[in-house]
Design a protein around this ligand. Structure first.
Ligand code: AMP
Length: 175
């Protein structure tokens, strides 16, 4: 099955002014609901990696979980959730980052990774890169070895790559 970024891009629905005025929300649910497109998206996300190479796929709350868990199964890897604050039940490390207004905090379980574990970080979309950078800081604290950070969509005009230039980063669809 071929993975054409154009077919995936055509399926993404742009929703203006959601969740607030001025935001062009990239709705990936039409990809998820179509079995061919969903598989194409997972194919594209895992493409350079062989099963056995990655030990764990870390997914970012919440849409990142969908892609990361499917990718983990295809790579014979485990799945680790990086969650918004207050959702994980056990001991956590946390990282906060600034938003346009206010801030967000993400957490990971303190025993989620063994030191040196080869990890693929996955999220649906890279916008300013604040979320991804916070997730990468959590992975660093646990001494995970981040093989790559991969995103289905990148909003290139927000220059997230400058924030995460220390990590190999790949995106499938760019706007
Ligand atoms: P950022 O930290 O700015 O890179 O934002 C990335 C996170 O926010 C991802 O987890 C995305 O799911 C979500 N996000 C940010 N902007 C958008 C957008 N325009 N459309 C859909 N999701 C977005």
């Amino acid at each position: 099955m071929s993975s054409s970024p154009q077919i995936l891009s055509d399926a993404i629905r742009n929703v203006p002014d959601f969740p607030k005025p001025g935001i062009q929300f990239k709705d990936i649910t039409p990809i998820l609901s179509n079995p061919v497109l969903f598989q194409n998206a997972i194919d594209a996300l895992i493409k350079p990696h062989q099963p056995g190479e990655i030990e764990q796929v870390a997914g970012i709350d919440a849409r990142g979980f969908i892609f990361a868990s499917a990718a983990a199964l295809r790579l014979n890897a485990g799945f680790v959730p990086i969650r918004k604050k207050g959702k994980l039940p056990y001991n956590t490390h946390e990282e906060s980052y600034d938003l346009e207004y206010g801030s967000n905090t993400v957490e990971v379980h303190t025993d989620a990774f063994s030191p040196g574990a080869k990890v693929l970080l996955v999220d649906d979309l890279l916008a300013t890169g604040g979320t991804a950078l916070a997730a990468l800081k959590l992975l660093k604290r646990l001494k995970a070895q981040v093989v790559e950070a991969v995103f289905l969509v990148e909003l290139t005009f927000l220059n997230a790559r400058e924030k995460i230039s220390h990590i190999p980063t790949r995106t499938i669809i760019s706007y």
